[in-house]
Design a protein around this ligand. Structure first.
Ligand code: 3EB
Length: 330
């Protein structure tokens, strides 16, 4: 990034990116800090709070004790509930989360349709209506065959619930299988009053253009999103997908190396500095417990000092064994 750029964006009135960090602290202490927009615990992590900014993500962390993830913004934060939806807002940023029981909505497609329709309805009444980044955690994501695989039903329902919401461009996203209550669909998002800039990866076919073999409904997401002030890049779930094909089926180490190549290509495409540093956190979703130590070791070698949260999660194509997402600050 050109020197002085950041202050120029600030002068233009664009909000500074939320600070996303992993913190060894308890949820109540983090929630009490000024500017806390959201706090996430992973796996069995319990917190004795009904604050709507707290969310337990049903993915087990491989490291114990696991850190919490905190999102912090400038200025005062308000929070509340809107039906089943929990939200917070401050400094032109908005967090919203929804958890649905698929059995109350006729299965994975119905739950995804209702989740996205409700999020759309809520966001439509807010000033912060630019959705920049979404996370989707679905139980038993690879169960079922062909077009009835649960992830593919999720994609069908998501597209229905969105309608033309993202006709102007998709947000960045993650979709991962969790091992918690199999009926739980969890969706949360970061939105802003100001638009971001979607970024695609020249090594990968854009997801919304995936051919029919991957399902009736191509997944709608951008590979990454530059935040409004251009001071951070939100990186979508990135797997060993080259073109539209899965690379290195069954080989976790080779998939991880391919992901790191994809991430470098993405950073270059976004005009970000190469490499990752100690400032911006990543997540690694690992399908098989037994792969976790090798993934951790390889990431420590290749990305020394970078905060990585290692989580037990299933990538949405069953041959893919590992996926990374996260943040890069300019
Ligand atoms: C891929 O590249 C891997 O359905 O929202 C990554 C990020 C993936 C988001 C989604 C899916 C999604 O196709 C899968």
């Amino acid at each position: 990034m050109v020197e002085g750029c950041e202050s120029r964006w600030a002068e233009a009135g664009l909000a500074r990116a939320p600070r996303i960090s992993y913190r060894m602290n308890d949820a109540a202490a983090l929630l009490a800090e000024p500017g806390t927009l959201a706090v996430f615990g992973f796996g069995g992590h319990a917190a004795d709070t009904d604050d709507p900014r707290w969310l337990r993500v049903p993915l087990e962390a491989f490291d114990a004790p696991a850190s919490l993830e905190a999102w912090q913004v400038d200025g005062p934060v308000q929070h509340g509930r809107h039906g089943a939806l929990r939200w917070s807002a401050g400094g032109s940023w908005l967090y919203a989360a929804l958890e649905l029981d698929e059995r109350e909505h006729g299965g994975p497609a119905g739950a995804a349709r209702v989740a996205y329709a409700q999020l759309r309805e809520f966001i439509g009444g807010r000033d912060e209506r630019q959705v920049l980044r979404l996370w989707n955690y679905q139980g038993a994501i690879n169960q079922g065959d062909g077009d009835t695989e649960r992830y593919k039903l999720f994609c069908d329902g998501r597209a229905e619930g969105c309608g033309d919401w993202f006709a102007g461009g998709y947000p960045a996203a993650t979709a991962i299988g969790h091992h918690g209550d199999p009926h739980l669909l969890q969706v949360y998002l970061l939105a802003s009053a100001q638009a971001g800039t979607a970024v695609e990866n020249p090594r990968q076919v854009s997801a919304w253009r995936y051919p029919r073999q991957y399902g009736r409904t191509a997944p709608g997401f951008a590979r990454a999103m530059r935040l409004p002030a251009q001071d951070a890049l939100a990186i979508s779930g990135t797997a060993a997908v080259v073109g539209h094909a899965s690379a290195h089926a069954g080989d976790t180490a080779a998939q991880l190396d391919e992901i790191l190549i994809n991430l470098e290509a993405l950073l270059a495409s976004a005009g970000m500095p190469a490499g990752f540093d100690t400032q911006a956190p990543l997540k690694a979703y690992v399908r098989h417990l037994a792969d976790a130590p090798r993934v951790r070791e390889r990431l420590q070698q290749r990305l020394p000092g970078v905060p990585v949260l290692l989580l037990h999660g299933d990538v949405c194509r069953s041959e893919l064994l590992v996926e990374l997402d996260g943040w890069r600050y300019a």
